[in-house]
Design a protein around this ligand. Sequence first.
Ligand SMILES: Nc1ncnc2c1ncn2[C@@H]1O[C@H](COP(=O)(O)OP(=O)(O)O)[C@@H](O)[C@H]1O
Ligand SMILES: Cc1ncsc1CCOP(=O)(O)O
Ligand SMILES: [Mg+2]
Length: 278
Amino acid sequence: MIYRKIDYFLPFVKDAFPLEKVPLVQCITNVVTIESVANALLYIDAKPFMGDDPRGFPEFFQQNDSLFLNLGHISADREKAILSAALIALETKTPDVVDLVGVAGSKYRLKLARQLFELRPTVIKGNLSEMRAFCGLTSAARGVDVSIEDTNESAINDLVQAMTQINHSHPESLLLATGQRDLIVSDGKAIFLENGTSQLDRFTGTGDIVGALVTALLGAGTPALKATIAAISYFNLGAEKAQKTTIGLANFRNETLNQLSLLMNQPNWYGEIRGGTL
Ligand SMILES: Nc1ncnc2c1ncn2[C@@H]1O[C@H](COP(=O)(O)OP(=O)(O)O)[C@@H](O)[C@H]1O
Ligand SMILES: Cc1ncsc1CCOP(=O)(O)O
Ligand SMILES: [Mg+2]
């Protein structure tokens, strides 16, 4: 693990915000956090569209700039809708992000995730526990959150190795695993990021929001690696700022979301990025 100075990250973050254009981001996402995801997109000056009915897809895909597919809330119908949207995304070259919510404890989600991966999403992401399950490693997850057992040094090393192998056979897709340390594997390169605060584990939708922010950056024309590093850093540095000025989780949540619209006005918002290469 080699820590890198800010110069290493500058090309990925310097001009990422404000977005170059206002992307229309189509989201098929879970009902738990759908409103937070829509508002987070609006706060960074993207446009959300929660269009999940396949009858609308021919029209939606003429308008959208990118697609967010989140497995957090699945039914037989939604599974069909997600697969059909992923197929159209492939055909129309619409950049898309698959969020592996819940795959660690749900075989049918894992099967769907593998089917979606064959449709070459631009980015596939989950928390460390979900990404372990996706990579075929044992996962200690219960439900949709990271399990502490999946975050120690040796678990992280195993995961990076597994992600690198998968990236080798599927080079079109960037892999992202989130948690206290975020892992990114793309084009055979492995990068880690370490910003954020432990309170991010204590409000729902943080992973979904990061997934939607990556999708918005892709929709604005940002390449996958830059979109991923910029989205995570922007969200986590905003959360670090929120932590300094708030007491209580509800206020922290509110201020973290608030920072999505504010942080980009600070010219050197990325100055405190911590991370490096693996
Ligand atoms: N303990 C932590 N310390 C710092 N940042 C964290 C921590 N847990 C999560 N994050 C950050 O919160 C965001 C969501 O990650 P995570 O909680 O892993 O996703 P999910 O909500 O899907 O489980 C990421 O940007 C990640 O870096
Ligand atoms: C609690 C819950 N249950 C099903 S989806 C969901 C939200 C998950 O959000 P995140 O992946 O951002 O933690
Ligand atoms: Mg998640």
